[in-house]
Design a protein around this ligand. Sequence first.
Ligand code: ADP
Length: 174
Amino acid sequence: MKWEVFRGDITGLEVDAIVNAANKSLLGGGGVDGAIHRAAGPEFKEACRKLGGAETGEAKLTGGFDLPADYVIHTVGPVYRDGKHGEPEKLKDCYRNSIKVAKENGIRSIAFPAISTGIYGYPIEEASEIATRTVYELTKDDNTIDKVLFVAFDDKTESVLSDKLEKLYREEND
Ligand code: ADP
């Protein structure tokens, strides 16, 4: 299958690109961002500095440096307030723009963390629905990207992401 849920640490994945759920500074933070910065090394930090930050929903590329992944796509998820402040559209932008950057750079395999669902507080059900549907639609008829991993760091995220993917397959086969 092109789309899979992977349970574990995104920093260890040997894929062409991992996506970072960054903050606007792109200089590192907590959660998955902190883990990626620790694992990728000092040259990575320097490459991030040169990006000059990003707006919510944007996606920018650096090398992976000390990571097994060749590239990191940095995207800034929305901070969740109540879902009525454009959060769904902004979260969609993160996935859309990350896929766009991936395609532009010949990336064939990509791993996403559950963007915004940690420190930024996005409810996991809604965020997983957006993540899986957006990525599925943009990659199902595409021959560049042949592997997409949705990375879950905890039980709940793993089960919700798996349910959402199964639902998409069922819809497709109905
Ligand atoms: P955000 O600020 O966008 O909410 P977080 O990093 O706080 O980002 O959380 C996003 C998701 O990434 C959460 O599901 C969190 O559990 C998960 N996460 C944290 N560390 C890692 C890691 N090393 N690998 C994969 N996922 C991780």
